[in-house]
Design a protein around this ligand. Structure first.
Ligand code: NAG
Ligand code: NAG
Ligand code: NAG
Ligand code: NAG
Ligand code: NAG
Ligand code: NAG
Ligand code: NAG
Ligand code: NAG
Length: 433
């Protein structure tokens, strides 16, 4: 027990220090402003938001983008998005701006808005796919017409203090930086034009900023040991234990209990881990040249359907995935030399929706892996994943001393813990350096 507390402490500690994701080191959301024309009192810009993160998407209710104007700029019009508040435009006669706030907040429009309010890649309710899952759907755009602003690349002042909610907290945006102008091809691809001026803003995600506790946990089982290693207790924090709802509660038949709330507050099924999502990894069969794993993901939130969910797993044998049944799979190779990480996601129109908690609230798949005879072993928890992420959030694994043991290998478990503590210690020392 003391070992697991130490491991826990070190894991939490090192994740505070690491501000970037080791499994997706160049993942970010880039916001690009292309000034397309100067106007008598400002400019018209196309704002493009690219989600370059391999497996972290922005789910409904979508992104919210904010910034602070450097001078007294106003927004005359927005196409393909809107600001949430107009602010005080009482100084204007005749034409009234769309927004006069010093720090405007912009959100996407919903699908199906009238054609004249649309812009390319707009109107998806702020939903952005992960780059690794659907690059075409990982971009959002709108056009903004800015007044009381500079009218040349010498007098324009870049907006400051960008903020991004995706949809909750977690993103930190750097300052806007002037970059080389973007080139555009005309639709017939025979003429090239370019923006008059371009600046980029890069936002990165940190789970530590997003939430106090993990939002998913992992449980294990195996064919060689009847013990099921459950998720750690209170893995996702037990503060709201009194607000959870038992799976056999009569309340669940009340109409409207599943309706999502404006603030996205979850309604969790009561479990000892209190996580909205659990990932279960079952070592199912050991063949001569192959072995087989069953993966199940369970939703415990009665108020949320996970659309376009992703599951990232790190395991040394993922370099020899032979077949994945009923999920899509893509290897992620952030460091060209190490092929131990992959992304699972649902098949379109089949299981890409992880339904709200209840009898339909789970998706599952099996994976067939070819053994590398030199490394494969059922000992010392080798067959279990090293890291698991659901929707880009790192899930809490059980403490190593609780992994299902091979019969007669009780002592090796202790060795495994020491190795793990040692490597975590080294890691946090390296990180602090
Ligand atoms: C943002 O992500 C892109 C794509 O992975 C990468 O090329 C770029 O260097 C990243 N930018 C920063 C500032 O990390
Ligand atoms: C600016 O952002 C765009 C994506 O929106 C990216 O393609 C481009 O490489 C970025 N430019 C620089 C210099 O980072
Ligand atoms: C501004 O525009 C001039 C030409 O119109 C160009 O030479 C200069 O590099 C531009 N400066 C910036 C910061 O884009
Ligand atoms: C931007 O944010 C920083 C720190 O939050 C603050 O000190 C600064 O005044 C802000 N700038 C503007 C223009 O709001
Ligand atoms: C989840 O999706 C199903 C089918 O689209 C729908 O009937 C249900 O109301 C949704 N649940 C929530 C919590 O949004
Ligand atoms: C990584 O492993 C997968 C099999 O799981 C294989 O298809 C892929 O080609 C490998 N990639 C690299 C760069 O080795
Ligand atoms: C496993 O994958 C590695 C690298 O992807 C390859 O070199 C090796 O031959 C594979 N092993 C088997 C047993 O297929
Ligand atoms: C199964 O694994 C547990 C640890 O999770 C261990 O305590 C138990 O002894 C193992 N059972 C057998 C039959 O080895």
């Amino acid at each position: 027990m003391r070992f697991s507390v130490a491991v826990l402490f070190l894991a939490v500690f090192s994740s505070c220090v690491v501000a970037y994701d080791p499994l997706d080191p160049s993942g970010n959301i880039t916001i690009k402003w292309d000034v397309m024309s100067w106007t008598p009192d400002g400019y018209v810009a196309v704002v493009t938001m690219n989600n370059f993160q391999m497996y972290r998407h922005i789910m409904s209710p979508g992104w919210t983008l904010g910034w602070t104007w450097a001078k007294k700029e106003v927004i005359w019009t927005v196409v393909g998005a809107q600001t949430t508040e107009q602010g005080d435009c009482s100084k204007f006669k005749g034409n009234v701006p769309h927004c006069c706030k010093k720090n405007p907040t912009v959100v996407d429009l919903l699908p199906g808005v009238p054609y004249n309010q649309q812009f390319s890649n707009c109107c998806k309710g702020g939903v952005l796919s992960a780059w690794g899952q659907d690059p075409q759907a990982s971009v959002s755009q709108f056009q903004v017409s800015v007044g009381q602003a500079g009218t040349s690349n010498k007098t324009v002042k870049l907006p400051k203090n960008f903020t991004l909610l995706g949809p909750g907290p977690g993103y930190t945006c750097g300052p806007a930086k002037i970059v080389p102008p973007t080139n555009f091809l005309t639709p017939d691809r025979r003429r090239k034009t370019q923006s008059l001026m371009t600046w980029n803003v890069t936002c990165t995600y940190s789970q530590f900023l997003a939430r106090k506790h993990p939002s998913c946990c992992v449980s294990f089982s195996s064919f060689y040991n009847e013990t099921i290693t459950p998720c750690p207790s209170c893995a996702c924090g037990c503060e709201n234990k009194n607000k959870c709802i038992k799976s056999d509660s009569k309340l669940l038949s009340v109409v409207g209990i599943n309706t999502p709330r404006k603030d996205n507050a979850p309604l969790l099924q009561c479990t000892h881990h209190m996580c909205p999502v659990r990932v279960h990894w079952h070592v199912k069969v050991n063949y001569k040249d192959y072995w087989r794993v069953k993966i199940a993901i369970t939703n415990f939130n009665y108020r949320l359907n996970y659309t376009q969910w992703t599951l990232v797993v790190q395991h040394p044998n993922l370099n020899n995935v032979t077949q994945v049944f009923s999920f899509d799979y893509k290897p992620l190779v952030p460091y060209q030399s190490i092929n131990d990480t992959g992304m699972f996601y649902g098949m379109k129109f089949y299981n890409d929706l992880l339904m709200e908690a209840g009898s339909h609230g789970n998706v599952q798949s099996e994976v067939l892996l070819q053994k590398d005879k030199d490394t494969f072993t059922l000992k010392q928890g080798w067959a279990f994943p090293r890291k698991v992420y659901f929707n880009g959030e790192e899930c809490m694994l059980p403490p190593p001393d609780s992994y299902p043991f091979l019969p007669n290998s009780a002592h090796q478990g202790q060795a495994f813990i020491s190795i793990l503590i040692f490597s975590l210690l080294t890691l946090s020392l390296v990180v602090m350096w």
